[in-house]
Design a protein around this ligand. Structure first.
Ligand SMILES: C[S@@+](CC[C@H](N)C(=O)[O-])C[C@H]1O[C@@H](n2cnc3c(N)ncnc32)[C@H](O)[C@@H]1O
Length: 218
């Protein structure tokens, strides 16, 4: 297990996790990307650019959940996305991502304690990369993702695959939301080398049920 993961897994509360991200915000990118170790953001960006054709990238409204230092936002901006918002609980990480000047609205919030102040039903695309897992967004947090998205919008999650207990509960919960017709599973893909030596997975690219304004059809 890499040292940053060890550090995070050694914590017992949300406050401790956020304090670690605060403390490491300026070195985070170097730490996780060193020697090409963490590929999550690049995998997500590749998937998003495949989903959204170039001609739609300016109009698609995107929410980056657990945005960290904004690596995904920067890469998406380079691909022509201009309507990006971010949610991030660590003040330090938030400062870093704001300095990148690619996000329009930034929300200092965390997922897991009731509703956030993020506007509901506004986003064509909601994603989280590296934000789901032990000591991070609880598996029930995906319901909040559903609330953020427009009817017909897309939710994408990109995460490590080695947290079996969490992943099992997440998949069961996702299935329950599907039974309630809140969303529909589109696909789940194994990811090679999400973090070098650690497989990843998109446990579900979900399309929200229902019709309404801003329906995004792929
Ligand atoms: C591994 S980093 C990923 C950051 C970024 N998405 C990336 O790929 O570089 C995980 C992020 O999740 C955030 N996080 C942790 N718990 C969270 C929660 N309950 N709600 C929202 N974000 C959370 C952390 O502050 C941290 O920035």
């Amino acid at each position: 297990m890499d040292s940053f993961t060890q550090l995070i897994r050694g914590t017992g509360s949300v406050a401790e996790v956020i304090a670690i991200y605060d403390e490491h915000c300026t070195t985070y990118e170097k730490m996780v990307c060193e020697k090409g170790k963490y590929k999550g953001p690049f995998i997500l960006v590749e998937a998003v650019t495949k989903e959204v054709p170039e001609c739609r990238r300016k109009e698609v409204r995107v929410l980056d959940v657990a945005a960290g230092t904004g690596m995904v936002g920067v890469a998406l901006a380079q691909k022509g996305f201009t309507n990006l918002d971010a949610l991030e609980p660590s003040e330090g990480m938030l400062e870093c991502l704001r300095s990148k000047n690619v996000y329009t609205n930034t929300f200092h919030e965390y997922i897991g304690q009731g509703h956030t102040n993020v506007p509901q039903g506004c986003y064509d695309l909601v994603f989280a990369v590296g934000g789901m897992g032990y000591n991070h967004i609880p598996f029930t947090g995906v319901l909040e993702f559903v609330r953020f998205a427009k009817p017909g919008g897309l939710v994408m999650i990109c995460m490590r695959h080695d947290e079996e207990d969490y992943l099992t509960k997440l998949k069961e919960y996702m299935n329950r939301l599907e039974e309630q017709q809140l969303w529909k599973k589109e696909f789940s893909t194994p990811i090679k080398d999400f973090l070098i030596g650690t497989e990843g997975v998109t446990p579900g690219r979900q399309k929200l049920c229902g019709v309404g304004g801003g329906l995004l059809v792929f």
